[in-house]
Design a protein around this ligand. Structure first.
Ligand SMILES: Cc1cc2nc3c(=O)[nH]c(=O)nc-3n(C[C@H](O)[C@H](O)[C@H](O)COP(=O)(O)OP(=O)(O)OC[C@H]3O[C@@H](n4cnc5c(N)ncnc54)[C@H](O)[C@@H]3O)c2cc1C
Length: 441
């Protein structure tokens, strides 16, 4: 049996490869694209990046702690981030562990492990592994809602948006005002003939800078209790950003941090300048016309669906990942409770969790896999805990909106605490080993 396979050479796959490799665990990586970097490589066919994309969380909050970025800017662009991941992979000897241009097409359980079938330059090949780590990303498979009627001009999901040239001189409607939708709306105001944005609900807008510093670098100490943090931060936002309903957005139906906030205030500036308009939820398409729920309508050349993504693990049967509704139900979003030998890294979303948070998932996983090999009684105790004890609350006390996209959303402090606690229980030396060089470095 050949160690473990990692599917995906994006930040999460690299984190998994790094954590296992430094433990001396054999890793084979599979990457469908031509190099590492995941969706930060705009030339990766599965990338959902666009030319103007920069980090939304700030550099120091997001980077891998053991490998700080050389960039000095707070919110680097995608090209700089791709170089960072290439350097990271080379520095830790990970690049050579991956087969590139090689897509995993099937996973089947066999003989206590997994048969992994891939297609690549060597043709179709099947190899056997003790276990497989799924790190194939969460933001590649478009979530495309259906609308009554049919739109006769161009209808695109934001996953297919690359550059403002696609918007030039056109009447554009963007449906949805999440982070990508707002970024693209800001592109559009400089290039499109007109820009409208249709929203179903209100949002909380967080500026990139507060008090002259990246906003996610404030409050880094001990987390405040949720109600207090919501009250304090809502006041701060009101002082800096004002009331988004003044700009035409509906009043949010949730408190701050009960859904992913939009880190963009340029959109509010443009609304204030009359560069774009907020429209109601779409009722139906009717040729080139879009009819809205408030009985208004308009004609558009391009409708862009900024309607997010859905989880997608097309190479393995749903039952092996314990899907429940829109997401697999996994312990800490990593371990299937059946301990089938499949593991997921990167299926976690949180404000400010960054790539370090994904690396911490990988560290816990590597501790567990090491225990399977060398201290089976500890691995067994971990599995018993997962099967028997209540799973930790990862919400941090926030009441998340009951939406599909929130199915794997966590509070970063609660999540990292829970991962740390499991590492400590699994390996009394884990706390000390964390962040320090190991023989495999
Ligand atoms: C515009 C934009 C801005 C963002 N900003 C931030 C931010 O500021 N902070 C932040 O933390 N996150 C941000 N993200 C989220 C982003 O998803 C993560 O930063 C990160 O890329 C997740 O890494 P990943 O490795 O899990 O997934 P990905 O980067 O998607 O990588 C998955 C890899 O798996 C490969 N793959 C998929 N299927 C297969 C297969 N069957 N076989 C082989 N290989 C396969 C893909 O080719 C890809 O390379 C942003 C995302 C977007 C789109």
């Amino acid at each position: 049996m050949n160690g473990y396979a990692v599917i995906g050479g994006g930040p999460s796959g690299l984190a998994a490869a790094r954590a296992l490799h430094r433990r001396g665990i054999d890793v084979d990586g599979y990457e469908a694209s031509h190099g590492v970097g995941g969706l930060w490589d705009i030339s990766n066919p599965r990338s959902t990046m666009y030319e103007s994309a920069h980090l939304i969380s700030s550099r120091t909050t997001t980077q891998f702690s053991e490998y700080p970025m050389s960039s000095r800017v707070d919110y680097p662009g995608h090209r700089e981030l791709l170089s960072y991941f290439r350097d990271y992979a080379d520095h830790f000897g990970l690049t050579a562990l991956f087969r590139f241009d090689t897509t995993v097409t099937r996973l089947e359980p066999r003989a206590g492990g997994w048969d992994l079938t891939s297609e690549g330059p060597e043709g179709t090949a099947t190899r056997h592994y003790a276990g497989v780590i799924l790190a194939n990303g969460t933001l590649s498979e478009p979530n495309i809602p259906s609308f009554p009627g049919a739109f006769s001009n161009e209808l695109l999901h934001t996953s297919a948006y690359r550059s403002p040239a696609q918007l030039a001189g056109r009447r554009v409607l963007i449906i949805g005002a999440g982070n990508s939708g707002c970024d693209i709306a800001v592109d559009a105001v400089h290039h499109a003939a007109s820009v409208d944005m249709s929203v179903r609900r209100g949002y909380h807008f967080v500026p990139r800078y507060l008090f002259g510093r990246p906003s996610d670098t404030l409050n880094r100490g001990r987390p405040l209790p949720p109600r207090l943090k919501q009250a304090v931060d809502t006041r701060v936002l009101r002082a800096f950003t004002g009331d988004p309903t003044r700009f035409g957005f509906p009043r949010p139906d949730h408190r701050l941090y009960e859904s992913h906030p939009v880190v963009n205030t340029l959109i509010l500036n443009h609304l204030g300048q009359g560069d774009l308009r907020i429209r109601a939820d779409v009722e139906r398409f009717d040729g080139a016309t879009v009819r809205f729920r408030d009985s208004t309508s308009d004609e558009y050349d391009l409708v862009l669906l900024a309607t997010g993504y859905r989880l997608h693990y097309p190479f393995v049967d749903h039952r092996h990942l314990h899907w429940q509704g829109s997401a697999p139900r996994l312990f800490l979003h990593i371990f299937p409770p059946s301990f089938s030998g499949l593991y997921v890294v990167g299926m976690v979303e949180a404000s400010g969790i960054g790539w370090q948070g994904r690396y911490e998932q990988a560290e816990l996983l590597s501790d567990y896999l090491d225990a399977v090999e060398r201290r089976p009684s500890r691995a067994e105790a971990f599995r018993r805990r997962v099967a028997g004890a209540p799973w930790p609350d990862l919400t941090g006390g926030y009441r998340y909106l009951p939406l599909d996209r929130m199915a794997y959303y966590v509070n970063k402090d609660a999540y990292r605490r829970a991962v740390r606690r499991e590492r400590q229980q699994l390996d009394e030396y884990a706390g000390r080993a964390h962040g320090s060089p190991s023989p495999a470095t």
